[in-house]
Write a protein that binds this ligand. Structure first.
Ligand code: ZN
Length: 235
């Protein structure tokens, strides 16, 4: 069983009627709903307003893959919790950062760059798979169209990714590395750009398939460490 925790700052959906109509149970609620349909995935949710943002030591210890959605108030996430999440990633917990989570404290801390990008509202995006051999691309069409999406464009200030799986091509002509993986310590990270809060992106079957594949790909690997001993062993 893969234990997933979906973290959402959960501000837009509570403050703006228009966005509540798109995600009445919150973005996390929508993601939980489709992930729960998989027998090998177990889901819990956590939000910014919960004590310790819902990311207590116990919750983090029982999380194999953490999904992160944040936008309006990255600064409100406590540095202490960010450090705990970072340590868990370094120990092997997977991290999926969605859309505007590029600017979250945890992503900046793990990747070490500004993660700045170009952006504008109200564009149309063609998401193109450029790495069909990658497990995150399994069962995903060669390309799919998002009729409405916020534009995120290059240059995107990230370290060179391990793999680039999806490119975004926007009607305005901009391009973007929309789906990339990174490794930090023993943990794997997947950044996925689609998912602006105003549009029903997380209801799209292609997007759901990508996030589900990523959960399975990012789950920790059982690494059997041999304790180091200073004395020369017989072998
Ligand atoms: Zn957005």
């Amino acid at each position: 069983m893969i234990r997933v925790t979906i973290w959402n700052e959960y501000i837009h959906e509570r403050q703006e009627e228009k966005i509540r109509q798109v995600y009445p149970e919150g973005i996390h609620g929508c993601i939980a709903e489709f992930l729960k349909t998989n027998e090998d995935i177990q889901v819990q949710c956590a939000t910014l307003d919960m004590p310790e943002h819902g990311l207590t030591k116990e919750v983090l210890e029982q999380t194999d893959v953490l999904i992160w959605w944040g936008h309006m108030d990255h600064q409100a996430v406590s540095d202490e919790i960010v450090e705990k999440v970072k340590q868990r990633v370094l120990q092997g917990m997977g991290l999926i950062a969605l859309h505007s989570a590029h600017h979250s404290k945890i992503m900046k801390s793990l990747l070490g760059t500004t993660l700045n990008l170009r952006w504008h509202e109200n564009d149309r995006e063609k998401v193109v798979c450029i790495n069909p051999a990658h497990p995150i691309a399994e069962g995903v069409p060669a390309s799919f169209l998002l009729e409405q999406e916020e534009m995120y464009g290059e240059f995107f200030d990230i370290p060179t990714p391990d793999d680039i799986i999806f490119l975004g091509w926007f009607a305005s002509g901009e391009v973007f590395r929309s789906g990339c993986t990174f490794t930090r310590g023993r943990g794997k990270i997947f950044y996925f750009q689609p998912g602006h809060e105003e549009y029903p992106i997380y209801y799209r079957p292609e997007v759901q398939r990508i996030i589900t594949n990523a959960v399975r790909y990012l789950k920790p690997v059982n690494f059997l460490e041999i304790p180091y001993e200073c004395e020369r062993a017989e072998w």
